[in-house]
Design a protein around this ligand. Structure first.
Ligand code: ATP
Ligand code: MG
Ligand code: MG
Length: 166
């Protein structure tokens, strides 16, 4: 029986009914092979990074346990992006129906052509750190330190939690 690794996935969408895209992606994460979706954060609304002439994003973070390798997990995440109509074109950080980023894979530090883990933007992105705190309160992030410390130097940047009452 292969060892199960705790992994965190960042979800984002700003096209074609973003909240529905995120819900569908969470359903797809439930069906990941050799994996269990443990929980996910509320949905958040954030201003776009990069090009500003695009809609606001809806974001969430999911906590899973998986026996997949990091590369196998990335394959699965990219397949879900494709299923939900992700088109890769235009500027970096342009609008998209779905972005699934592997934020953390256990305590692994990965630097290959396909994969950088921890995800390179993680420590400075409010739309990652605040939802991550919901699903992993006292997390120690390999190479970066305590999540709480990263949060203390990361302004919310207009980030809004959408469904706190749920
Ligand atoms: P950012 O990664 O800054 O959030 P993005 O999510 O818009 O930007 P994408 O177009 O989704 O970037 O992905 C570009 C490439 O990033 C992918 O082809 C993938 O191989 C690579 N990549 C490297 N590290 C990761 C990771 N931790 N999670 C997801 N993709 C990654
Ligand atoms: Mg991304
Ligand atoms: Mg991505």
């Amino acid at each position: 029986l292969s060892k199960r690794i705790v992994a965190y996935i960042g979800l984002g969408s700003n096209l074609d009914h973003p909240a529905t895209q995120i819900s569908s992606a969470l359903q797809a994460l439930v069906k990941l092979p050799e994996s269990t979706l443990i929980n996910h954060s509320h949905l958040y609304q954030s201003r776009p990074m990069g090009p500003q002439d695009q809609p606001d994003y809806i974001n969430s973070v999911a906590h899973i346990e998986t026996a997949l390798s990091a590369e196998q997990l990335l394959d699965q995440l990219q397949a879900i992006e494709q299923q939900q109509g992700r088109v890769r074109k235009g500027a970096q950080w342009g609008a998209r129906t779905l972005d699934l980023d592997l934020l953390l894979y256990g305590d692994s530090q990965i630097a290959t052509e396909r994969l950088t883990v921890p995800h390179p933007g993680l420590h400075q992105r409010a739309f990652v750190l605040y939802p991550l705190q919901e699903v992993a309160a006292s997390l120690e992030i390999v190479g970066l330190g305590p999540l709480e410390q990263l949060l203390s130097t990361c302004p919310r940047d207009g980030l809004m939690c959408l469904d706190e009452a749920e």
